[in-house]
Design a protein around this ligand. Sequence first.
Ligand code: CP
Length: 302
Amino acid sequence: MKNKSLVSITDYTKEEYLKILDLAAEFEANPVQDILKGFVVATLFFEPSTRTRLSFESAVNRLGGRVIGFSDANTSSATKGETLRDTILTVSNYADLIVMRHPVEGGARFASEISPVPIVNAGDGANQHPSQTLLDLYSIRKTQGTLENIKIFFIGDLKYGRTVHSLVMALSQFNATFYFISPDELKMPDEYKIYLDNLGLKYFEYKEFTDIVGEADIIYMTRVQKERFSDPIEYEKTKNAYVLRAKMLANAKPNMKVLHPLPRVNEVHLDVDSHSSAYYFDQAQNGVYTRQAIISSILGIK
Ligand code: CP
C-alpha cells in the first residue's frame, strides 16, 4: 500500500482492507505513538466536514505528525480562480500525503493522477468516501465478529449517499445480502445494482422496513443529502422519508447495530441513542484508528 492513493474503495483489494482493519485494531490498543514524526499531512476540504477532517487530523496528531490545510475553500486561493491542478501541485511541495474532499465527482481521481504524493479521497461529490468505508468495515467486524455473510439494511438517500456507494462495493467482497430501503426518488443507482448482479449477490429493494427489521445484522441509516439536490422541492418531499425510533427496533436481533456516517438531521430519533443497538458515535471514534492505519500504511510506516 506504500504510496498508493485511496480514491475509490475498489483501488484496494480485500486483503488490503483486512490489513488496514488489523492495523486499526493495533492503533485502537495503542493510539498514541511517535511514528509520524517529521511527516506532514495536508487536509484540503473544499466541502464542509466535522468527522472526516477532524478524525484525520486527530489521527496524525496522535502519531506525532503535523497537519496543514484548510477547512473552508473560501480561505484558499481557489477563490482567486486557482485550479485544482495548481493547488495540488503546490500543496504536494508542502506535504507527504494529501487528504482531500471535493464536490466534483472524479476530483480525487484527477488529483491522484497529477499529484507526486498520495491522495486520500475524503469524499468526491456523491461518488465515493473510501476512508469512511474502511471505518464502517472496522465497526461491522468489531461488533459482528466477522464481515462475511452479513445482512445489511441501507435506509434513506441511496442515490446521493457516497458512503453507501463505497460500502456496498466493499461488502460485495464478503458475500453480504443487501436491503435497499428508500423512496422512489432516492433509489440505489443502477450502476451499483448491476455491479451486484454481475457478482451474483442478492439485494432487495423496499420502501418500508419495520416488518423485516428482525432480519438485519446492521442497519445503516443515511441523511438525505440536501446539498446534492438541484430542486429544493424534491428535497422537501423526501427529507422526512424515514425516522428511526427505538420502538421500531423491538424485534431486532440482540446484536444488531445501527450505524450512521453522520451528521444526522432527524432520520435517527434521539431515543435510539440510549438503545443497545446505537453504535454511530463509537463508529465515529473508530474513524481515528482506521485513519491512523490508512495514513501509516500509505506512508510506509507500518
Ligand atoms: N461521515 C462524514 O463524512 O462526516 P463529515 O461530513 O462530518 O466529515
